[in-house]
Structure formats: C-alpha cells, structure tokens
Write a protein that binds this ligand. Structure first.
Ligand code: ZN
Length: 199
C-alpha cells in the first residue's frame, strides 16, 4: 500500500469500510474516482453530505425521511390501524411499489440475531411497543425476512404483542427462505401479504 499517495491510501481505506466492498473493489473505486471529472466528484460528495445531513428517522415509524413525520405517517388517507413491521426502509419501498398496501409501517432497522450479538434493544422495537400503547392499532403484520434472524424477530415480536389482544399476523411463506424482501417481485409480495396467517 506504500506505492500510492497517502491520499489515495486513505480513500481506499474509507471505501473499504462500506458493506460489500473488499480491498480490491475499494482500490478499483478509488482509482476510478481519480479519473472522474472534478465536478462529478463534487456532485458525489455533495449528495453524500446532503443525504446524511438532511435525512433522519420518522418520529412515528422510524423510516428514513427528510421530514419530522414521513409522508406515509402524515397521510390521513392511509389506514393507521394496521401497522406492517419491516426490517428496513428498502423493504418498505418494496411494499409501497406494489401500490396495494394502504396501512402504515414500522421500520426496525435490523433483526434480532443472537449469533451477531444483536438483541431486541438494538433494533427499533421499543418505539413499536410505544406506538401500540398510544395509538389505536387493530393489526400488526410482521413482514420481516424469512431468514433465521427474520423469523426469530417475528416470534419475539408476536410474543411481546399477543398479551395486548392486538391481532398479530405474519406474511405467508411465499417469500423464499433467506430471501431479501427488496429483491422479490411484486406479485410474490402481494401473495405473501394476502396469505398472511394469524400468529
Ligand atoms: Zn413514518
């Protein structure tokens, strides 16, 4: 690594911290950035800055938004009695794309994973429980992934909510095991939603 300028070494190191970017990809990206026109580099860094500085968690559903309350939570036409629980904002976007779900969401930003040391306190579960106490909710649809972590999270949440008498359901297993929701086509998503089973 001593062959390059320390500026390039630093850039490579920063890039290699990103998920899915190994040492080789980081190197390739760094050299590509060096070859980009300056204005394009500025646009890239500018968009990273403005996204990071302006986007925050919705005070209600915890999704990423640039407002205090996201457009879905502030939409009075949505059914606020039904909350779909998803692992991340990408999964929310996948369900929104189907255009067939009119309830609201709760974004956990992760899933429980004893193996990775991620417990219930590390995801936005407390916020969900607070919502259930203060809002008039009739059904919670758990749409976490069908991975081991997703299933563990679903079971944990259902046990937590059940005593309250609120209906808890889980999307059907039309979703392939270990499949990330965001990669699944809309038809499969809708089938999973419609075929949900009460827990
Ligand atoms: Zn929201």
């Amino acid at each position: 690594m001593e062959y390059y300028s320390s500026h390039i070494n630093n850039l490579i190191e920063q890039l290699s911290h990103l998920p899915g970017i190994g040492a080789k990809s980081a190197q390739r990206l760094a050299f590509y950035i060096m070859s980009m026109p300056r204005e394009q580099v500025e646009q890239l860094t500018g968009s990273i800055h403005s996204a990071r500085n302006n986007v925050r968690y919705c005070k209600c559903c915890c999704t990423l938004t640039d407002q205090e309350i996201c457009p879905i939570c502030s939409n009075e036409k949505r059914d606020h009695h039904t909350i779909m629980v998803v692992e991340n904002s990408r999964d929310l976007a996948a369900y929104e794309k189907t255009g067939r779900y009119d309830g609201v969401y709760h974004v956990l930003h992760g899933a429980i994973s004893p193996m990775l040391g991620i417990g219930p306190d590390d995801i936005r579960l407390k916020e969900l429980m607070q919502r259930l106490q203060t809002e008039d909710v009739s059904e919670v649809i758990i749409a976490t992934n069908s991975s081991l972590e997703g299933e563990t999270t679903a079971m944990y949440i259902s046990k937590l909510i059940k005593p309250s008498g609120i209906r808890v359901s889980r999307i059907a297993s039309g979703v392939p095991v270990g499949g990330d929701l965001e990669y699944i086509d809309e038809v499969t998503l809708l089938r999973a939603l419609e075929g949900r089973v009460e827990l």
